[in-house]
Design a binder for this molecule. Structure first.
Ligand SMILES: Nc1ncnc2c1ncn2[C@@H]1O[C@H](COP(=O)(O)OP(=O)(O)OP(=O)(O)O)[C@@H](O)[C@H]1O
Length: 271
């Protein structure tokens, strides 16, 4: 897959018009004939501005495929995907974060974020301040001059998030970004992503296998069936976005109820 850094230079971002994300009757099949693999759908989802949508579902149900279609890495076999009212094109409408950070090792931490700003058309004289601001937002203040191999896996994922935010795209897509991290690092990143997305009001689609991660991060959770994935459950997560510690949030009765409801749906589609 390509990354937001490989997209064309900006100046050409999606216009503000249209719903941030509209997925209508989307299906996707890999290959043709006897070797065809029906991977997804039909799926329909309307995602309003500021929503943090988390996709959960069994392995191979088409979560990454849906993200790839939303990113514009490929076109759907059937139906339509629109971001800001337009057909998505790689690097234009969405910043993407993958399971591996995929940083450029020949550039510093700041250099990685700076490149994304350059590709997004941010003028040279504004970039240093924006790099510092973005690194600060993801908890990496003062690390701009460090080499990417000198920082931990969790810190590398923070840089990847800063890089994805640098494009100021209407959408942020995250494909199991914390799956390779240890439990403590993962919790810290979840807390910071929750804060950053609530502060910035970013519209996001996040893929995970973890029901707890889904409830913790989401404003809405969609559970997909087995492949080809369709929507088995679509539930709003009506919990406070700020003002509570992670423990307080997890202690709310509504949190436990959502975990139970979503967990049951995941078990049911997997059986
Ligand atoms: N490039 C490809 N060519 C052929 N089949 C593919 C391709 N990519 C994915 N598939 C198939 O499409 C289906 C959906 O895959 P996808 O990676 O979207 O699922 P997923 O839900 O993200 O899985 P996981 O949770 O294991 O990451 C699977 O059957 C997979 O084998």
């Amino acid at each position: 897959m390509s990354s937001p850094l490989t997209g064309p230079p900006a100046g050409a971002r999606a216009p503000a018009g249209g719903a941030p994300l509209s997925v209508r009757d989307v299906t996707h099949t890999y290959g043709r004939g006897a070797t065809a693999v029906p991977a997804l759908g039909p799926v329909s989802l309307e995602v309003p501005a500021g929503e943090f949508l988390v996709l959960v579902g069994p392995s191979g149900c088409g979560k990454s495929t849906l993200l790839r279609l939303i990113a514009g890495f490929e076109g759907p076999t059937g139906g339509q995907v629109r971001v800001g009212g337009e057909v998505p094109r790689p690097g234009r409408q969405a910043g993407v974060v993958f399971q591996q950070a995929r940083l450029l090792p020949w550039r510093t931490v700041g250099g990685n974020v700076e490149l994304a700003l350059r590709l997004a058309g941010v003028p040279r004289e504004q970039r240093a301040a924006r790099v510092a601001e973005l690194l600060d937002r993801v908890g990496l203040a003062g690390t701009a001059q460090r080499r990417t191999w000198e920082i931990s896996g969790g810190q590398q994922q923070r840089v990847a998030i800063a890089r994805a935010l640098a494009g100021s795209t209407p959408l942020l897509l995250l494909d199991e970004p914390f799956a390779a991290l240890d439990a403590l690092t993962r919790e810290r990143l979840q807390e910071d992503l929750r804060r950053v997305s609530a502060e910035a009001g970013t519209t996001s689609v996040f893929v995970t296998h973890s029901v707890d991660e889904a409830v913790f991060l989401a404003t809405r959770v969609v559970v997909l069936t087995r492949s080809p994935g369709t929507v088995a459950l679509d539930v709003p997560v009506d919990l406070p976005r700020s003002g509570l510690s992670p423990d307080e949030l997890r202690g709310l009765p509504g949190y436990a109820a959502l975990r139970a409801e979503i967990g049951a749906a995941v078990r049911s589609v997997a059986s």
